[in-house]
Each structure stands twice: as C-alpha cells, then as structure tokens.
Design a protein around this ligand. Structure first.
Ligand code: 5J7
Ligand code: CA
Length: 517
C-alpha cells in the first residue's frame, strides 16, 4: 500500500513536471533554428519554402512581433523593438495578417516559429507622451499609461524598486536586478495577477496562431517564480499542426558568464537557457586568445562548466553580442571574421552539446573609436521612410541589400545538415595534435577535422565511417555523382587521409554518410 502510494506520488510529480518546455518541438530529423534578425514576415514566409525547409532547418527565431516605440534619435535603431507599447501584432516586420500568413505557411511544411517575447518591461521611462509607435497606439510614460494593453501606473514596479534612481544600479543585487528598471525601461510588476494575465493572453494568442515556442528576453531581470507562474498558464500548441498536449518550447535569455548575483541555474527548471559562456569561450579558443587551443575542446560542454546539456541553447553570436558589447565582448566571433566564424559554427554544429541556434544578420557601417562601435545601434536595411527592405536573393544564392544571410553560406548550411545526419550519435574517435589540429566523429555517421594551426596538415585518422568515397561538405558538396570540393576516401578499416593547408579558404573538412558517392 505504501509502495503503491509512493509510486503514485512519483508518477504524479513526473507528469506535473512540464518536460516539454525543454523540448524544442522541431520536427523529427531537424536539430537547429536560425534567428532571422529583423526580417519582414513576408520574406521569412518565402525563405521557408525556398530554403529552410529543403535544407533541414527546424525553425526560426523572429524579432519581437508586438508593437514597439518608434525611436527617431538615433534613427530607428534595432533595439527599438525591445521597447514594447502594446501586444498588438504590428511592427516593421509586418502586420497581423502577414504574421498569420507566415506562421501558417511555415507550419504547413513543418518548420516552426519561435517568438522573441519582451515581457519584462515596456518602453523607456523618458520616452514621453504620444503615438510614435508601430501601430499608432498611444502611451504616456510619465503617468505609465499604455491604454492599448491596457497598463497603468499600478502595473509597474516603481514602488517595489528600492534604488534612488529607480534603475538597476548594482548588478550584484538580485533584488535590484529584478525589481528595478533595466536601462530605464519601465519595469512590469510581474507579481501581480493582472500583469501575469496580460502577458499570458499575449503569449497564448501567439500559441493559438501557431507558434512553437518563445525566447524570453531579459529573463534574468524577472523573478523565476513570476516567470514560472506565467509559463504554467500557457496553452498547449495548436493541434492543427502539433500533437495533442504539446507544450511551447521555452528558452530564456540569461547572460551568466559566472560571478554575478543572478545565475542561469535559477532558470533551468522553467525551460532551457541561453548558454552565453559557449560563444564567449569558443571565440577565445578559435581566436587563440589567453593561451587557449582547440585541443582543449576535448571535454567541451559540461566539462567546461556549462549548464546541463539538455538545458542549453547554444550559439556563436547573438544579435546583441555581435555588436561588440554585451556578454563576451571582443572574443565573440561574427560574420565580420568570416573565416574563423565558419570554423566556430562548424565546430558547434558538429559537437553534440546543446540545442543550436544560427545567427542571420544585417551589415552596418562599423565605426570603432576606442574599441567601441559608435554604430552598434544601426537598424536593418531600410528606406528613408523607415520601412525595412525586402531580402533579395542573388543568382549565387547569397542575399543582397545588406542582408548577410550566414545561414545561406554553404559551409554553415551544410553543417546544419551534418548535425541532422549525426543526430543522436555520440562523440567518438577524438584526435588532436596537442595544439589546434583536432578531429572527432559522431558514431559511424560523420567525421570532422580542423586545422587552426599556422601550418599545413596531412594526417591519416581513424574515422569509424563505412568505407567509401565522401564529399567534403565544407570546400564543396555532393552534386549529382560527384563532389564540387575535396573528396575523401575512407578505407575498409575506416581510415582516411586529410590534407588541410593553412592557406585553404576554410581550414576544416567534414564528411557524413549522406554525402557519399
Ligand atoms: C542587459 C544585461 O546585463 C543582461 O544580462 C541581459 O540579459 C540583458 C540586458 C539588456 O537587455 C535588454 C533587453 C531589452 O528588451 C531591451 C534592452 O534595451 C535591453 C538592454 O539594454 C540590455 O542591456 C544593454 O546591453 C548590456 C550588454 C549592457 O551592459 C547594458 O548597459 C545595456 O546597454 C544599454 O543599451 C546602454 O547602456 C544604453 O545606453 C543604450 O541606450 C541601450 C541600447 O539598447 C540595447 O543595446 C539593447 C540591448 C539588448 C540586449 C539584449 O540582450 C536583448 O535581448 C535585447 C536588447
Ligand atoms: Ca524586472
């Protein structure tokens, strides 16, 4: 009897533990998402059918879809979208109809949408009064009125915050971090039932439209208990596309490089968390700073003090730290350092740790003065009237008008496929030269070799792969019966020779069982 009761309790606890919040909900066989930063809904809709679906991407993180303040000074920065005015779905990316069309088209081909949810705050306290917002809703920051939600003064943390300025003054004080204004953004009172309900209605509306999950912006600045109260009330995903009982994927933005009052581990029971140590450390290794070398990557992952594998969302750079500030600073690799960047993204996608997110950026005119980029605010490619430009696709499959489209770079796109092919296979057959030449396999499904030393590499390694001829998917790929780049022969005993010159365009080689000829 006791035993039965105990079992009942265990089962009840397990069932109540919302494990699907950690599950990215990507379709079987797909293992990565891409952040199409600042893209218009119409362009995202096109990109799904014509590129992301066929190339094995699992989904897209989109920029915040809800109404934000229009900032004129500086002129339409990217960060204006992180200053909400209401939960109406109109922004520079498009209106509600375009949003609905995009989600429907994506879901119908099994590539899903993840919404960047800005729920910690509304716009800046100093914005003032007016209707300079993306749907034209009014606001008055001095009286804290946002009638389109509606929110008013009782819905903000002004009384709870104990600092003189009302802003976060000391990052080592967790109370300030949660209850005060982050860079003067009006901080929502998330312990109130009304605020929680307003946020839940916003997110549930998106779930009902068909999104598969949320990136929770600035999660570090919300109490885990308040966030849990919100995520617990979220609907299951729309059964038109998802199995009955599927919960939204939750991944929280918590910048934790260690040594702060607030840590990522406070959030790992709610959903996944962004592992900012990943890109910061990988950038240091690939740039060979501080005596780091690729040989040390042998125990990459939890061995480096990262959060548990099944809680981590990993990325080389994000929309914030690619601009030279934010977590990781100068060590972060981006498209501006293309050769090293491709290697870092290649390593990330080949390595089993974490759920992977690819960055897709726009260019801006960098202007470094004293190691600070004075143009880190510049918004997406846009016309004089402020509207965002479409993403034109060139004949060679690259993007125009200042859109970088890292996700379309052959090396990155092919590594997204590599990760799908080797999904579930363990990391084996690690090899290194003690410096910056390393190699490893993923079961018998794929093998990758890096040469980040300043010398040529000519090695014969055990790959574990079935014998045969393989196309290197970095210098080229399989097309028809041949390879457009290097070709690798694996012997009967699973051994292959790899030659990587330090002058090669990309100093790494990757092969997998779906690129055999
Ligand atoms: C800051 C943190 O310390 C942190 O741990 C975190 O997780 C997030 C932030 C942070 O988040 C924001 C979320 C928003 O929705 C809107 C925001 O404006 C921010 C934000 O500003 C922010 O902090 C900026 O970036 C940090 C790396 C700096 O250390 C902060 O000082 C802050 O920088 C401020 O940026 C400048 O001080 C201020 O002068 C400037 O006007 C302001 C411009 O806004 C941004 O650059 C927006 C950044 C942003 C960062 C994000 O991680 C994000 O998810 C969204 C926006
Ligand atoms: Ca807060």
């Amino acid at each position: 009897m006791m035993r039965m009761m105990l079992e009942f309790v265990v089962v009840a606890v397990l069932a109540g533990f919302s494990s699907a919040q950690f599950n990215p909900n990507v379709k079987c066989g797909r293992t990565s998402i891409v952040h199409l930063f600042e893209w218009r809904w119409e362009d995202i809709a096109e990109e799904c059918d014509r590129y992301l679906g066929p190339n094995g991407f699992g989904g897209v993180q989109i920029s915040p879809p809800n109404e934000n303040v229009i900032i004129k000074n500086p002129n339409r920065p990217w960060w204006e979208r992180y200053q909400p005015i209401s939960y109406k779905l109109c922004t520079r990316s498009g209106d509600e109809q375009q949003f609905r069309d995009m989600v429907t088209r994506w879901n119908n081909v099994g590539v899903y949408i993840y919404v960047d949810a800005v729920i910690n705050h509304m716009c800046g306290a100093g914005i003032g009064k007016g209707k300079s917002s993306t749907c034209g809703s009014s606001y008055d920051t001095s009286t804290r009125e946002f009638p389109a939600v509606p929110y008013s003064s009782a819905d903000f943390n002004d009384n709870k915050c104990k600092t003189k300025s009302g802003g976060i003054e000391n990052y080592n004080d967790a109370n300030q971090g949660r209850d005060c204004q982050l860079v003067s953004l009006l901080d929502l009172r998330m312990d109130s039932e009304y605020v929680r309900t307003s946020i839940v209605e916003f997110l549930n509306n998106l779930i009902d439209i068909g999104v598969a999950g949320f990136r929770i912006d600035a999660a570090k600045h919300m109490w885990p208990g308040d966030l849990l109260a919100v995520t617990r009330k979220l609907n299951n995903l729309n059964t038109r596309w998802f199995p009955n009982g599927t919960q939204p994927f939750i991944y929280q933005e918590v910048i934790d490089l260690g040594g702060e009052a607030i840590s990522a581990s406070e959030y790992t029971s709610i959903g996944r968390v962004t592992e900012f140590k990943y890109g910061a450390k990988l950038g240091t290794v690939i740039r060979r700073l501080n005596g780091e070398k690729m040989a040390y990557l042998k125990n990459w992952g939890e061995g480096w003090g990262f959060m548990p594998n099944d809680r981590a969302v990993v990325f080389v750079d994000n929309h914030d730290n690619q601009r030279g500030h934010g977590a990781g600073g100068a060590s972060i690799l981006t498209f501006w350092d293309a050769r090293l960047y491709k290697m870092a993204v290649g390593f990330m996608l080949a390595h089993p740790y974490g759920f992977t997110r690819i960055m897709s950026s726009f260019r801006w005119p960098r202007n470094f003065v004293n190691n600070q980029d004075g143009n880190d605010w510049v918004g997406p490619p846009s016309y004089k009237n402020g509207s965002t430009m479409a993403v034109p696709i060139n004949e060679d499959t690259t993007c125009g008008s200042g859109w970088v489209c890292e996700h379309r770079w052959r090396q990155i796109k092919n590594m997204v496929i590599f990760r799908n092919v080797v999904d579930g296979q363990s990391l084996i057959n690690w090899w290194d030269n003690g410096h910056n030449q390393v190699a490893f396999g993923r079961g018998r499904a794929g093998f990758i070799v890096f040469n980040n030393d300043n010398m040529d590499m000519d090695v014969t390694l055990y790959t574990g792969l079935p014998s045969g001829k393989y196309c290197d998917i970095i210098s080229g790929q399989k097309e028809g019966d041949g390879c457009t780049g290097k070709q690798i022969s694996v012997s009967d005993t699973g051994i292959a020779n790899f030659i990587i010159k330090s002058s090669d365009e990309d100093p790494f080689v990757a092969i997998h069982v779906n690129a055999q000829i």
